[in-house]
Each structure stands twice: as structure tokens, then as C-alpha cells.
Design a protein around this ligand. Structure first.
Ligand code: IMP
Ligand code: MG
Length: 189
């Protein structure tokens, strides 16, 4: 029988319907919070947040611009640490006037987001907030726990490896319309 990627999912954590509700709620909240902003910039962190970003922007009813960055936070071991590596940057000469909302797929240790937020603050953005679809607070690195604030969170999830709706394992499963827990046997074999 042909291999079916769906068989690698142990449990659906967020269905399409649940995701749609979350995205609508966050989009409406951002629209309300930035109703007075003169220069809202929604920053999509590639690749993982692409589906979330694409759906979220449809619920944002205030003027905004799009930016895209691709970063990786690498170091030793499986937990991200070390330097923030910028693979694709945003280049704007008006950053001092921009209210930036970073749109991310998931916060795990928090290293990537913490450094990315600082990077954009250091560029001189007027304000920087964080919007994440998923958060795994149990995984947060000790040194980041008290200093990384997330402003918009879709769902708090347990310490499990999840895929779908942009999230990948070895670049696969991003196209799934839901978020599911990847069976351990898939990555432990
Ligand atoms: P952090 O720097 O440890 O917060 O790493 C965040 C990045 O790790 C995310 O942007 C994802 O690319 C990846 N990541 C963390 N947890 C998961 C997961 O459960 N599934 C897929 N990717 C994940
Ligand atoms: Mg990512």
C-alpha cells in the first residue's frame, strides 16, 4: 500500500476549525490594538509561519504592510541556542516609524524569538510585539523565562513535537491543514 503521511500523526491537536477560530480571534485583537498605529508592519518568519500569516492577515482590518524574514538559531545539541543566523532580512529605511508584529509558528525554548525581537528593537523599530500560533512554555529556556513576553498566543500546547499548518519535521508535513502530534516512532527510528 502507498505510504500515507497522515499515518505519521498520532493525534490531531488543533483541527482546521479550531485554527480558524484562533486566527480570527488574534486578527481581530491585533486590529483593535493597532487601530491608532500609523505604520503597522506584520513580519512573517519563514518558513513555518507562512500558512498562519496568510490566514491571519485576512482578519486584520487596519492598514498594514508585510515583511518576511528567515532566521535560524543554531548552537550545539538539539535545542536552539547560540547565534541568530539571518538568512533573509527585511530592509527598511523607515523602521523607526514602524510598529512591528512578529508572526511566528511556535515558541519552544524561546531563543529564536528572543534574539529576533532584540534584533528588530536594535534596528530601531518604534515597537515590537510577538504573535505566535503555538507556545510550549514547559520548554522555555531558564534564562528566557522571565524576560520573553508573548503578546498574542494562539494555543498553549504540551511538550510534544507537532507538525502541520506550516510546522515541519525535516521540511515535511508543512502542508497539512491541521496541527498534529508526530508519532515518536517517526523521529526516533
Ligand atoms: P526556539 O528557538 O527553541 O523557540 O525554536 C523555535 C523553532 O523551533 C520554531 O520556529 C520551529 O521551527 C522549531 N520547533 C520547535 N518546536 C517544534 C515542533 O514541535 N514542531 C516543529 N518545529 C518546532
Ligand atoms: Mg520556525
Amino acid at each position: 500500500m502507498a505510504y500515507k503521511m497522515e499515518n505519521d500523526i498520532g493525534k490531531v491537536l488543533l483541527s482546521e476549525e479550531q485554527i480558524a477560530d484562533i486566527v480570527k480571534r488574534i486578527g481581530e485583537q491585533i486590529s483593535e490594538d493597532y487601530s491608532d498605529s500609523e505604520h503597522l508592519v506584520l513580519l512573517c518568519v519563514l518558513k513555518g509561519s507562512a500558512p498562519f500569516f496568510g490566514d491571519l492577515v485576512k482578519h486584520i482590518s487596519v492598514p498594514c504592510e508585510f515583511e518576511f524574514m528567515r532566521v535560524s538559531s543554531y548552537g550545539s545539541g538539539s535545542v536552539s541556542s547560540g547565534e541568530l543566523k539571518i538568512i533573509l532580512d527585511m530592509n527598511r529605511d523607515d523602521i523607526a516609524e514602524c510598529d512591528v508584529v512578529i508572526v511566528e509558528d511556535i515558541i519552544d525554548s524561546g531563543n529564536t524569538l528572543f534574539k529576533l525581537k532584540k534584533y528588530i528593537q536594535d534596528k530601531g523599530a518604534k515597537s515590537v510585539k510577538i504573535c505566535t500560533l503555538l507556545d510550549k512554555p514547559d520548554r522555555r529556556a531558564e534564562h528566557i523565562k522571565d524576560i520573553l513576553e508573548t503578546d498574542y498566543t494562539g494555543a498553549i500546547i504540551p511538550d510534544e513535537f507537532v507538525v502541520g499548518y506550516g510546522l515541519d519535521y525535516n521540511e515535511k508535513y508543512r502542508n497539512f491543514p491541521y496541527v498534529g502530534i508526530l508519532k515518536r516512532e517517526v523521529y526516533e527510528k
